[in-house]
Design a protein around this ligand. Structure first.
Ligand code: ZN
Length: 153
C-alpha cells in the first residue's frame, strides 16, 4: 500500500483537529485536569496554524520552534484568561462586601490596593474604623454587626 504525503498530512490534520475537540469537550479524558487539557487543545490549535504558515524549505529547527512558540502563546492566553476571571471574582467580592456594609450601617472608605498585590484590596468604615479585606478568593469582614455610628444615634 502506498500513500501520498498529502494524504497522510490530510489525515493527520483531521485527527489533530478531532483530538482538539476531544480535549476541549473532555468526557473521554475525565481524569485530565480541566485547565491543562484545555490549554493543550489551544497549543495544538496554535501548532496547526503555525505549521500551515511555514514557508517551503524551512529547516527542522525552525519547525521545532513552532512547538515552543505554540506552548508559550497558549500559556500567555491562559494567564490572561485567569487574570480576567480573578478580576471578575475580586469585583464580586467587593460588591458583596459593600452591600453587606451598607445594610449594616457602615460607610466604607474607597478601596485601597494592598501593597505588593494586584488582587487584594482593603477598606474600613469611616464612622467606626471597622475593616474589610477582600481578594479574588477570600474576604475578611471585621465590621461589627451594627455600625457604632448607628448605636450612638
Ligand atoms: Zn461602621
Amino acid at each position: 500500500m502506498t500513500k501520498s504525503i498529502e494524504t497522510e498530512l490530510k489525515h493527520l490534520k483531521t485527527a489533530v483537529r478531532y483530538l482538539i475537540g476531544l480535549l476541549e469537550e473532555g468526557s473521554l479524558v475525565p481524569r485530565y485536569d480541566v485547565s491543562t487539557r484545555r490549554e493543550i487543545a489551544v497549543v495544538l490549535q496554535h501548532l496547526l496554524h503555525k505549521v500551515e504558515g511555514l514557508p517551503e524549505g524551512v529547516p527542522d529547527n525552525l519547525v521545532m520552534g513552532t512547538a515552543v512558540r505554540a506552548l508559550v502563546e497558549a500559556a500567555a492566553e491562559h494567564d490572561a484568561a485567569t487574570r480576567q476571571e480573578q478580576t471578575a471574582a475580586l469585583e464580586r467580592q467587593m460588591c458583596e462586601a459593600e452591600a453587606w456594609a451598607s445594610i449594616h450601617g457602615h460607610q466604607l472608605e474607597p478601596w485601597e490596593q494592598v501593597t505588593g498585590s494586584s488582587m487584594e484590596y482593603q477598606t474600613s468604615c469611616e464612622a467606626c474604623g471597622g475593616f474589610i479585606y477582600v481578594s479574588h478568593n477570600s474576604n475578611y469582614n471585621l465590621l461589627l454587626e451594627t455600625c457604632e455610628r448607628i448605636k450612638q444615634e
